[in-house]
Write a protein that binds this ligand. Structure first.
Ligand code: SER
Length: 307
């Protein structure tokens, strides 16, 4: 069946890519955000996720039957205003759930993050259901929503599906995340400008190509519930990299990027995140594996960047 999907936060880091793929997958898509994004090739409405009335009207007007809820403040930006981050990430999540319950919408996709983990999570290789004491408000807010998600799923109130995204590599402008250096380096390489990195050269974090993240998300949304071993989010990853390894890779594909380091508060955030995650549960349940390794990701994304 063709789904009628509402996307919140569609002008953010993930939105436009999901819009494209969901349309290609033969769905109707309504993109919403508080900021316009002219590159979105579908219906668009200004929508603040706190505006319950308007959400209710949009769902009815466009006959929505699924929501992809991306409205959020990311990790690094979130530390500048933790309370606002809590408000947007959590009250937003609850408001969308309430709208879905009111309008009998049964399915939501909502991304969680590697930020839910903390120093007590065996960061060298983090299992799916590990101990979690996140150290950023972004991580705290995502973990709180993970618990609410588990509650809704367990009570069969809504079917919420979720993946804990690592750093997502795409050609969208960086948007306040700790993993954003990976995109910024590609932009600087393409612009032939020097890059000053805010993480240490050996700070390893899990990453993946946006197309792989979307492919897994859509697969997860489509699969029969009986195939899922988890009612809470799944880990996912494709490769691990660090600023110096990513630099070597960029150089190996012919870009002479010059880089220096000015480490800031974001290094502490990275220190509290996984270096590698165990995503065997997701790979097994939805029969998925990534198409892009680190080299293919760098090559592909750098070619997509338009200056
Ligand atoms: N990419 C995100 C961030 O850095 C992690 O989910 O905030």
């Amino acid at each position: 069946m063709k789904n009628r999907i509402l996307i919140t936060g569609a002008s953010g880091q993930l939105g436009e890519f999901f819009v494209k793929s969901l349309i290609q997958d033969n769905n109707y898509v309504l993109a919403t955000d508080i900021r316009e994004n002219k590159s979105l090739d579908c219906d668009f409405e200004f929508f603040d996720i706190f505006n319950f009335e308007m959400g209710d009207q949009l769902i009815k007007k466009y006959k929505i039957n699924q929501v992809y809820n991306f409205a959020a403040i990311l990790s690094a930006k979130g530390e500048k205003d933790p309370l606002l981050t809590w408000e947007i990430n959590n009250a937003g999540f609850i408001n969308i759930a309430r709208l879905c319950l009111k309008n009998d919408i049964k399915k939501i996709f909502w991304p969680s993050s590697i930020a839910v983990f903390g120093h007590n999570s065996n960061l060298d290789f983090v299992k799916n259901d590990e101990a979690m004491l996140p150290e950023t408000m972004y991580g705290v807010s995502k973990l709180a929503c993970e618990k609410v998600m588990f509650y809704f799923n367990s009570k069969n109130l809504i079917d919420i599906r979720s993946i804990r995204f690592p750093g997502i590599v795409s050609n969208s402008e960086p948007g306040g995340g700790t993993t954003d250096y990976i995109i910024d380096m590609l932009y600087h390489a393409k612009k032939e400008k020097n890059y000053t990195c805010f993480l240490k050269e050996n700070a390893f974090l899990p990453m993946m190509h946006i197309d792989d993240a979307i492919d897994a998300s859509i697969k997860l949304m489509k699969i029969d519930k009986s195939s899922l071993s988890k009612r809470s989010p799944y880990n996912i990853s494709s490769f691990e990299t660090s600023p110096s390894r990513w630099l070597d890779l960029i150089k190996s594909i012919g870009y002479d990027l010059k880089m220096n380091y000015k480490v800031d508060y974001r290094q502490k955030i990275a220190d509290s995140w996984p270096k590698k995650v165990d995503d065997t549960a997701l790979r097994k349940d939805i029969k998925w594996s990534p198409k892009y390794n680190d080299l293919e990701t760098a090559k592909h994304i750098i070619n997509l960047i338009q200056l």
